[in-house]
Design a protein around this ligand. Sequence first.
Ligand code: SF4
Length: 330
Amino acid sequence: MAQKKGRVFSGARPTGRQHLGNYFGAIQNYIGLQDDYDCVYCVVDVHALTTVETTRDLIPNTYEMALDWLASGMRPEESVIFIQSHVPEVMELHTYLSMVTPLGKLTDLPTFKEKVRQAPNNVNYGLVGYPVLMAADILLYKATVVPVGVDQAPHVEFTREAARSFNYRYGTSVLVEPDCKFTQIPKVIGIDGQAKMGKSLDNHIEIAATPEETSKRVMSMVTDPQRQRRSDPGNPDVCNVFSFHKIFSSPEEVASINTECRSAGIGCVDCKKRMAQNLNAYFAPLRERRSKLTENPNYVWDVLHDGDKRAKAIAEQTMQEVREAIGLPK
Ligand code: SF4
Protein backbone atom coordinates (compact mmCIF):
# COMPACT_ATOMS: atom_id res chain seq x y z
CA MET A 1 0.00 0.00 0.00
CA ALA A 2 1.29 3.48 -0.92
CA GLN A 3 2.67 5.64 1.87
CA LYS A 4 -0.01 8.02 3.13
CA LYS A 5 0.65 11.77 3.08
CA GLY A 6 -0.33 12.38 6.70
CA ARG A 7 -3.29 12.26 9.05
CA VAL A 8 -6.57 14.01 8.44
CA PHE A 9 -8.99 14.89 11.23
CA SER A 10 -12.50 16.09 10.70
CA GLY A 11 -15.62 16.04 12.80
CA ALA A 12 -19.31 16.63 12.27
CA ARG A 13 -22.13 17.15 14.71
CA PRO A 14 -24.61 14.27 14.83
CA THR A 15 -27.37 15.73 12.70
CA GLY A 16 -29.05 12.50 11.67
CA ARG A 17 -29.83 11.61 8.10
CA GLN A 18 -27.60 13.64 5.83
CA HIS A 19 -28.80 15.88 3.04
CA LEU A 20 -27.37 16.90 -0.29
CA GLY A 21 -25.64 19.89 1.30
CA ASN A 22 -23.84 17.60 3.76
CA TYR A 23 -22.98 15.16 0.99
CA PHE A 24 -21.45 17.60 -1.48
CA GLY A 25 -20.11 19.89 1.25
CA ALA A 26 -18.31 17.30 3.38
CA ILE A 27 -18.97 13.60 2.88
CA GLN A 28 -17.74 13.37 -0.68
CA ASN A 29 -14.53 15.03 0.40
CA TYR A 30 -14.17 12.67 3.40
CA ILE A 31 -14.42 9.71 1.08
CA GLY A 32 -11.84 11.02 -1.40
CA LEU A 33 -9.26 11.86 1.28
CA GLN A 34 -9.09 8.23 2.35
CA ASP A 35 -7.00 7.41 -0.71
CA ASP A 36 -4.13 9.68 0.31
CA TYR A 37 -4.39 10.11 4.09
CA ASP A 38 -4.92 8.23 7.32
CA CYS A 39 -8.30 9.61 8.21
CA VAL A 40 -9.85 10.14 11.61
CA TYR A 41 -13.54 11.04 11.38
CA CYS A 42 -15.42 11.94 14.48
CA VAL A 43 -19.07 12.34 15.42
CA VAL A 44 -18.70 15.38 17.64
CA ASP A 45 -21.52 14.77 20.09
CA VAL A 46 -19.93 16.90 22.83
CA HIS A 47 -19.81 19.91 20.52
CA ALA A 48 -23.49 19.41 19.84
CA LEU A 49 -24.26 20.00 23.53
CA THR A 50 -23.29 23.65 23.28
CA THR A 51 -26.41 24.45 21.31
CA VAL A 52 -28.87 21.51 21.26
CA GLU A 53 -32.06 22.04 23.22
CA THR A 54 -32.66 18.37 23.86
CA THR A 55 -30.43 15.32 23.73
CA ARG A 56 -33.36 13.04 22.93
CA ASP A 57 -32.23 12.49 19.34
CA LEU A 58 -28.49 12.32 19.95
CA ILE A 59 -28.29 8.52 19.71
CA PRO A 60 -30.48 8.02 16.63
CA ASN A 61 -28.83 11.03 14.97
CA THR A 62 -25.39 9.55 15.58
CA TYR A 63 -26.49 6.24 14.11
CA GLU A 64 -28.12 7.74 11.02
CA MET A 65 -25.23 10.06 10.24
CA ALA A 66 -22.64 7.31 10.60
CA LEU A 67 -24.80 5.03 8.46
CA ASP A 68 -24.87 7.66 5.71
CA TRP A 69 -21.09 8.05 5.97
CA LEU A 70 -20.57 4.32 5.60
CA ALA A 71 -23.09 3.97 2.78
CA SER A 72 -21.29 6.83 1.02
CA GLY A 73 -18.03 4.91 1.00
CA MET A 74 -16.24 5.58 4.25
CA ARG A 75 -13.92 2.62 4.80
CA PRO A 76 -13.86 1.63 8.48
CA GLU A 77 -11.07 -0.89 7.96
CA GLU A 78 -8.80 2.05 7.03
CA SER A 79 -10.33 5.15 8.59
CA VAL A 80 -10.98 5.66 12.28
CA ILE A 81 -14.66 6.53 12.66
CA PHE A 82 -15.65 7.22 16.24
CA ILE A 83 -17.69 9.15 18.77
CA GLN A 84 -16.08 12.16 20.43
CA SER A 85 -17.48 11.56 23.93
CA HIS A 86 -16.15 7.99 23.94
CA VAL A 87 -12.60 9.30 24.08
CA PRO A 88 -12.80 11.64 27.10
CA GLU A 89 -9.09 12.48 26.83
CA VAL A 90 -10.25 15.28 24.55
CA MET A 91 -11.86 17.01 27.53
CA GLU A 92 -8.59 16.81 29.45
CA LEU A 93 -6.57 18.28 26.60
CA HIS A 94 -9.24 20.95 26.22
CA THR A 95 -8.63 21.96 29.85
CA TYR A 96 -4.86 22.20 29.40
CA LEU A 97 -5.24 24.20 26.19
CA SER A 98 -7.68 26.53 27.89
CA MET A 99 -4.86 27.53 30.27
CA VAL A 100 -2.80 28.87 27.36
CA THR A 101 -5.69 30.58 25.56
CA PRO A 102 -6.48 34.25 26.30
CA LEU A 103 -10.19 34.71 26.93
CA GLY A 104 -10.34 37.81 24.73
CA LYS A 105 -9.22 35.82 21.75
CA LEU A 106 -12.24 33.54 22.12
CA THR A 107 -14.82 36.25 22.64
CA ASP A 108 -13.42 38.20 19.66
CA LEU A 109 -13.95 35.34 17.21
CA PRO A 110 -16.61 36.15 14.59
CA THR A 111 -18.15 32.68 15.02
CA PHE A 112 -18.68 33.33 18.74
CA LYS A 113 -20.23 36.72 18.07
CA GLU A 114 -22.53 35.14 15.51
CA LYS A 115 -23.64 32.42 17.98
CA VAL A 116 -24.35 35.09 20.61
CA ARG A 117 -26.42 36.99 18.08
CA GLN A 118 -28.39 33.84 17.19
CA ALA A 119 -29.09 32.77 20.76
CA PRO A 120 -28.39 35.61 23.21
CA ASN A 121 -30.04 33.68 26.05
CA ASN A 122 -27.83 30.64 25.70
CA VAL A 123 -24.30 31.98 25.94
CA ASN A 124 -22.76 29.25 28.04
CA TYR A 125 -19.17 28.68 29.07
CA GLY A 126 -18.91 25.77 26.64
CA LEU A 127 -19.83 28.02 23.75
CA VAL A 128 -16.96 30.37 24.53
CA GLY A 129 -14.56 27.44 24.75
CA TYR A 130 -15.89 25.75 21.62
CA PRO A 131 -12.80 26.56 19.51
CA VAL A 132 -10.55 25.21 22.28
CA LEU A 133 -12.40 21.90 22.27
CA MET A 134 -12.16 21.86 18.50
CA ALA A 135 -8.42 22.48 18.72
CA ALA A 136 -8.18 19.65 21.27
CA ASP A 137 -9.94 17.32 18.83
CA ILE A 138 -7.40 18.03 16.13
CA LEU A 139 -4.29 18.11 18.33
CA LEU A 140 -5.19 14.99 20.32
CA TYR A 141 -4.96 12.89 17.15
CA LYS A 142 -1.88 14.73 15.89
CA ALA A 143 -3.63 15.50 12.63
CA THR A 144 -1.35 17.07 10.06
CA VAL A 145 -4.15 18.14 7.78
CA VAL A 146 -7.64 19.52 8.35
CA PRO A 147 -9.98 19.74 5.37
CA VAL A 148 -11.82 23.05 5.44
CA GLY A 149 -13.58 25.57 3.29
CA VAL A 150 -11.83 28.94 3.08
CA ASP A 151 -14.24 30.47 5.62
CA GLN A 152 -13.23 27.89 8.25
CA ALA A 153 -9.52 28.58 7.97
CA PRO A 154 -9.52 30.75 11.13
CA HIS A 155 -10.44 27.66 13.19
CA VAL A 156 -7.37 25.85 11.97
CA GLU A 157 -5.25 28.96 12.54
CA PHE A 158 -6.61 29.06 16.10
CA THR A 159 -5.60 25.40 16.52
CA ARG A 160 -2.11 26.14 15.24
CA GLU A 161 -1.78 29.01 17.69
CA ALA A 162 -3.03 26.83 20.57
CA ALA A 163 -0.43 24.19 19.70
CA ARG A 164 2.30 26.85 19.50
CA SER A 165 1.27 28.42 22.82
CA PHE A 166 1.22 25.05 24.56
CA ASN A 167 4.54 23.96 23.09
CA TYR A 168 6.14 27.31 23.95
CA ARG A 169 4.77 27.37 27.51
CA TYR A 170 6.04 23.88 28.30
CA GLY A 171 9.15 23.85 26.12
CA THR A 172 8.01 20.90 24.06
CA SER A 173 7.09 19.97 20.52
CA VAL A 174 4.49 17.39 21.46
CA LEU A 175 1.55 19.12 19.77
CA VAL A 176 1.61 19.16 15.99
CA GLU A 177 0.47 22.25 14.09
CA PRO A 178 -1.94 21.09 11.39
CA ASP A 179 -2.22 22.56 7.91
CA CYS A 180 -5.43 23.49 6.14
CA LYS A 181 -6.42 21.49 3.14
CA PHE A 182 -8.66 23.82 1.27
CA THR A 183 -11.50 22.22 -0.55
CA GLN A 184 -13.95 23.72 -2.94
CA ILE A 185 -17.14 23.37 -0.99
CA PRO A 186 -20.05 23.96 -3.30
CA LYS A 187 -22.87 25.85 -1.65
CA VAL A 188 -25.97 23.76 -2.14
CA ILE A 189 -29.06 25.94 -2.06
CA GLY A 190 -32.19 24.43 -0.56
CA ILE A 191 -35.42 23.61 -2.35
CA ASP A 192 -36.77 27.03 -1.35
CA GLY A 193 -34.23 28.50 -3.77
CA GLN A 194 -33.28 31.01 -1.08
CA ALA A 195 -30.92 29.75 1.58
CA LYS A 196 -28.18 27.19 2.00
CA MET A 197 -29.68 23.71 2.33
CA GLY A 198 -30.27 22.82 5.97
CA LYS A 199 -32.57 20.80 8.16
CA SER A 200 -33.60 23.70 10.35
CA LEU A 201 -35.09 25.47 7.34
CA ASP A 202 -36.73 22.26 6.10
CA ASN A 203 -35.42 23.05 2.64
CA HIS A 204 -33.36 19.89 2.33
CA ILE A 205 -33.38 16.60 0.44
CA GLU A 206 -31.97 13.62 2.30
CA ILE A 207 -29.49 11.52 0.39
CA ALA A 208 -31.19 8.37 1.68
CA ALA A 209 -34.74 9.51 0.96
CA THR A 210 -36.85 7.11 -1.10
CA PRO A 211 -37.25 7.94 -4.80
CA GLU A 212 -40.85 8.96 -4.06
CA GLU A 213 -39.88 11.27 -1.18
CA THR A 214 -37.12 12.76 -3.33
CA SER A 215 -39.46 13.40 -6.25
CA LYS A 216 -41.98 15.04 -3.96
CA ARG A 217 -39.34 17.42 -2.59
CA VAL A 218 -38.01 18.16 -6.08
CA MET A 219 -41.50 18.91 -7.40
CA SER A 220 -41.89 21.53 -4.68
CA MET A 221 -38.66 23.31 -5.67
CA VAL A 222 -38.84 27.01 -6.38
CA THR A 223 -37.92 27.85 -9.99
CA ASP A 224 -37.39 31.06 -11.97
CA PRO A 225 -39.90 33.36 -10.24
CA GLN A 226 -40.44 35.34 -13.46
CA ARG A 227 -41.72 32.24 -15.23
CA GLN A 228 -45.41 32.34 -14.40
CA ARG A 229 -46.92 30.34 -17.26
CA ARG A 230 -45.78 27.32 -19.22
CA SER A 231 -45.52 29.52 -22.33
CA ASP A 232 -43.18 32.03 -20.63
CA PRO A 233 -39.51 31.62 -21.48
CA GLY A 234 -37.44 30.89 -18.37
CA ASN A 235 -33.99 31.81 -17.19
CA PRO A 236 -32.05 28.76 -15.98
CA ASP A 237 -29.31 31.01 -14.59
CA VAL A 238 -31.56 32.03 -11.72
CA CYS A 239 -33.19 28.63 -11.22
CA ASN A 240 -32.02 26.23 -8.54
CA VAL A 241 -33.49 23.24 -10.40
CA PHE A 242 -31.03 24.01 -13.16
CA SER A 243 -28.16 24.12 -10.62
CA PHE A 244 -29.18 20.62 -9.58
CA HIS A 245 -29.30 19.48 -13.20
CA LYS A 246 -25.67 20.56 -13.46
CA ILE A 247 -24.85 18.10 -10.67
CA PHE A 248 -27.06 15.17 -11.59
CA SER A 249 -27.68 15.32 -15.33
CA SER A 250 -25.40 14.62 -18.27
CA PRO A 251 -23.72 17.59 -20.01
CA GLU A 252 -25.94 16.95 -23.05
CA GLU A 253 -29.10 17.11 -20.96
CA VAL A 254 -27.90 20.24 -19.16
CA ALA A 255 -27.23 21.91 -22.53
CA SER A 256 -30.61 20.93 -23.88
CA ILE A 257 -32.47 22.17 -20.79
CA ASN A 258 -30.55 25.41 -20.96
CA THR A 259 -31.84 25.95 -24.48
CA GLU A 260 -35.33 24.57 -24.02
CA CYS A 261 -36.00 26.56 -20.85
CA ARG A 262 -35.10 29.84 -22.56
CA SER A 263 -37.44 29.10 -25.47
CA ALA A 264 -40.24 27.69 -23.27
CA GLY A 265 -39.68 24.38 -25.03
CA ILE A 266 -39.82 22.56 -21.71
CA GLY A 267 -42.12 23.19 -18.76
CA CYS A 268 -40.91 23.31 -15.17
CA VAL A 269 -42.86 20.19 -14.22
CA ASP A 270 -41.12 18.10 -16.86
CA CYS A 271 -37.80 19.70 -16.08
CA LYS A 272 -38.13 18.79 -12.40
CA LYS A 273 -39.26 15.25 -13.21
CA ARG A 274 -36.15 14.72 -15.29
CA MET A 275 -33.94 16.13 -12.57
CA ALA A 276 -35.57 13.98 -9.88
CA GLN A 277 -35.06 10.92 -12.03
CA ASN A 278 -31.37 11.71 -12.46
CA LEU A 279 -30.92 12.53 -8.78
CA ASN A 280 -32.51 9.22 -7.82
CA ALA A 281 -30.30 7.35 -10.29
CA TYR A 282 -27.22 9.11 -8.87
CA PHE A 283 -27.97 8.00 -5.31
CA ALA A 284 -29.42 4.57 -6.11
CA PRO A 285 -26.16 2.64 -5.41
CA LEU A 286 -25.63 4.54 -2.14
CA ARG A 287 -29.19 3.86 -1.05
CA GLU A 288 -28.84 0.18 -1.88
CA ARG A 289 -25.63 -0.05 0.16
CA ARG A 290 -27.33 1.76 3.01
CA SER A 291 -30.23 -0.62 3.00
CA LYS A 292 -27.85 -3.61 3.00
CA LEU A 293 -25.91 -2.18 5.95
CA THR A 294 -29.09 -1.96 8.00
CA GLU A 295 -29.62 -5.71 7.69
CA ASN A 296 -27.26 -6.00 10.65
CA PRO A 297 -28.61 -3.47 13.16
CA ASN A 298 -25.37 -3.67 15.18
CA TYR A 299 -23.08 -2.94 12.26
CA VAL A 300 -22.88 0.83 12.62
CA TRP A 301 -22.38 0.64 16.39
CA ASP A 302 -19.72 -2.05 15.94
CA VAL A 303 -17.85 0.21 13.52
CA LEU A 304 -18.09 3.15 15.89
CA HIS A 305 -16.98 1.13 18.91
CA ASP A 306 -14.03 -0.26 17.02
CA GLY A 307 -13.19 3.31 15.99
CA ASP A 308 -13.47 4.41 19.63
CA LYS A 309 -10.80 1.91 20.61
CA ARG A 310 -8.44 2.93 17.81
CA ALA A 311 -8.97 6.63 18.53
CA LYS A 312 -8.43 6.05 22.24
CA ALA A 313 -5.11 4.33 21.59
CA ILE A 314 -3.83 7.44 19.77
CA ALA A 315 -5.34 9.76 22.39
CA GLU A 316 -3.80 7.93 25.36
CA GLN A 317 -0.37 8.12 23.79
CA THR A 318 -0.71 11.86 23.10
CA MET A 319 -1.99 12.56 26.60
CA GLN A 320 0.87 10.67 28.18
CA GLU A 321 3.27 12.92 26.26
CA VAL A 322 1.21 16.03 27.10
CA ARG A 323 1.14 15.29 30.84
CA GLU A 324 4.87 14.63 30.84
CA ALA A 325 5.50 17.87 28.94
CA ILE A 326 3.47 19.84 31.47
CA GLY A 327 5.25 18.13 34.33
CA LEU A 328 2.22 16.65 36.05
CA PRO A 329 2.99 14.02 38.70
CA LYS A 330 2.78 10.47 37.39
S1 SF4 B 1 -37.62 24.82 -17.08
FE1 SF4 B 1 -36.25 24.01 -15.54
S2 SF4 B 1 -34.51 25.39 -15.51
FE2 SF4 B 1 -36.20 26.44 -16.55
S3 SF4 B 1 -37.19 27.63 -14.94
FE3 SF4 B 1 -38.29 25.68 -15.13
S4 SF4 B 1 -37.32 24.34 -13.65
FE4 SF4 B 1 -35.97 26.07 -13.95
